[in-house]
Design a protein around this ligand. Sequence first.
Ligand SMILES: Cc1ncc(COP(=O)(O)O)c(C=O)c1O
Length: 395
Amino acid sequence: MEKETRLVHAGRDPGGHQGAVNPPLYRASTILYPTLAAYEKRNERIYTSYGYGIHGTPTTVALAEAIAELSGGVRTVLLSSGLSAVTQALTAFLRTGDHLLIADTVYGPTRVFCTEVLSRYGVDVTFYDPLIGAGIAGLVRPSTRVVYLESPGSQTFEIQDVPAIAAVARPHGALVMLDNTWATPLHFRSFEHGVDVEIQALTKFVAGHSDLLLGAVTTRTEELYRVARDGASTFGDCPAPDVCYEALRGLRTLAVRLRHHEASALRIAEWLTRRPEVARVLHPGLPQDPGHAIWKRDFRGASSLFGVLLRTRSERAVAAMVDELQLFKIGASFGGFESLVVPARPVRTARPWPAPGFLLRLHVGLEAVEDLIADLEAGLGRLSAVLTSEGEAAR
Ligand SMILES: Cc1ncc(COP(=O)(O)O)c(C=O)c1O
């Protein structure tokens, strides 16, 4: 079955719920046991049934099963946010003395967790150039336990050669972990490209409505699942069933929304490449993008999010452009129905970002694309007017 069909049917059992189309909302902390003997065996129920609210209720399990099916992994652990999925996955699989190889272009708070927390607990962290590909062999050590990727890179959208990196990492016994939030499993199939543990911020495209926080860790094997499950349970992190119910709703329309996001974003990206105020558009779906060939080889589509590098660095001119935008609202995150814009300020150590101009990050929502282009056109007009008044040429 195609993924679109799976999205509609995964995690549902109307026959088991009086014919209701959606799985009902089960709220539970306490789960009752019929006998003392059953209670004494509750630890195994963490993996196979319902033992205590932290480990899941029928509503959260419905979502976990749907995400695992969509991803093509074995099982999924749900966490209270995307960032929690990142930190719980890393914590579950790393020990003191382990070496972590992590892309220089990961989501900022992921980076901070590695430098501020993991390093405090004796994990040796090395950031690598996201364009390294098979060259990662030069950085792998006997103690390398995890290679962590995010593709495209946060804010700067470099595409990584995931199969080449996995082909080096796995024979060394290192786990390959990927944050697949940008593409979702609809547009990048992690487990077909050598990934062992897939992370997603369901907050973004799966939720789709900017009204909840949720994360997922999906594993290639049951064994890896149990490690991730134990980790999350030990920390006591879990999402509320209500939030999982909302995410299940979002999941049903994910394919349709993502197609619309992708088409509009690509059209706006192409339009921006023709604007004199723009130095470069950072979008792997553009043929001239340095990551385009690998993106085309490995991905089945793009998403809503890309970068726009302006020629100018004038904060005043950019503020004149962005502050008065009518449809692109200023705010973090992406994947919701509304278009967003934020300044991007990449922090890099392995592959320094030259910062030749002001970098914006756009999330293209579900509005009519003509209206969004008109909004940006007016904004670029305001930017040019300020530059002219400042005496700086816009081109
Ligand atoms: C790539 C990526 N991963 C993880 C996260 C964290 O998700 P959340 O906001 O649900 O914590 C984000 C948030 O922007 C993200 O961009």
